[in-house]
Design a protein around this ligand. Structure first.
Ligand code: GUN
Length: 285
């Protein structure tokens, strides 16, 4: 009989610890008369984005952070979004701006992301922040990759000199996490939808990050014994949420696997709040 070798990582515990830390930092800012405030812009009609924004709203309220939302409908133009962002850039009471991705197809996503002041870019998607990330300079880090780095750190596994394989190359996850792992001295391979023989690469991974959006893409035979597997996928099948990794099977060979649901997804919102509080703490008064 093959028993599980691996451990399902307790991501909830990591998130709870982070929330406690953030709560005390928000309170000390408030004692100085500063109330952190975030602005969220939604310009799409996706159910998943609405759920995500609701979670942000709940966490802001739990931590005592102010939040303002702009829910835009399909008639919205790029100019209208740019006008809202300009106002928010100029408002000293707003410390962080987030445009939920994707935006409606007719909107110019690149122009919109570039219009956010890099100082208020709590998603780390502005080209200036991405440039800093590539140069290895201190910068705001995209929320999901930031959460992934916390999870890896929490396992105690050293990143330096390890082979890290990332499946996915989106600007939200794949590219920034590849860069963060490289900055931490891993040897990084980034795979994507055009990669031939995916298994050849995933089998090499000491650290495997999967953000492909394909349910159960990663099976047991694709994973190296003793690997750390981070599952970023959130896929709905017959009303059930499953990841990109066949968790139960992969646990038979991997050392650590993140669960879905209740895994990487729940770190994303807390990372956003961490980015916001870091920005507010570093404002020159
Ligand atoms: N859509 C999916 N994930 C994210 C995220 O982390 N930030 C933004 N802005 N949009 C997203």
């Amino acid at each position: 009989m093959v028993t599980n070798e691996g451990t399902l990582i307790d991501v909830k515990k990591i998130v709870e610890d982070k929330k406690l830390n953030l709560k005390s930092r928000v309170n000390s800012l408030k004692r100085k008369g500063i109330v952190p405030k975030i602005a969220v812009i939604l310009a799409n009609d996706l159910e998943a984005s609405r759920i995500y924004i609701k979670k942000k709203r709940q966490m802001c309220s739990e931590l005592g952070v102010e939040e303002v939302e702009y829910m835009l409908d399909e008639d919205t133009t790029t100019d209208k979004v740019l006008e809202i962002i300009q106002r928010l850039n100029d408002d000293n009471n707003v410390h962080g701006i987030l445009v939920q991705l994707p935006v409606f197809k007719h909107l110019d996503e690149r122009k919109i992301l570039e219009s956010i002041s890099p100082k208020k870019d709590i998603d780390g998607f502005h080209p200036l922040n991405i440039g800093k990330l590539v140069m290895g300079n201190n910068c705001v880090t995209a929320c999901t990759p930031k959460g992934i780095m916390s999870i890896i750190k929490n396992t105690g596994i050293k990143i330096e000199s390890k082979t890290a394989v990332v499946v996915g190359r989106s600007i939200i996850v794949g590219k920034p996490i590849s860069q963060l792992l490289l900055n931490a001295n891993a040897t990084v391979i980034t795979c994507h939808s055009k990669t031939k023989n995916l298994k050849k690469y995933t089998k090499m991974a000491d650290i495997l990050v999967v953000a492909a959006g394909v349910p159960h893409l990663i099976t047991k035979d694709m994973v190296k014994k003793g690997a750390l597997v981070i599952d970023v996928g959130i896929n709905r099948i017959d009303g059930k949420v499953v990841g990109d990794v066949d968790t139960n099977e992969v646990l038979k060979v991997a050392k650590f696997v993140t669960p879905v649901p209740g895994g990487v997804g729940i770190t994303t919102v807390v990372s956003l709040l961490e980015n916001l509080i870091e920005i507010v703490e570093n404002i020159d008064n």
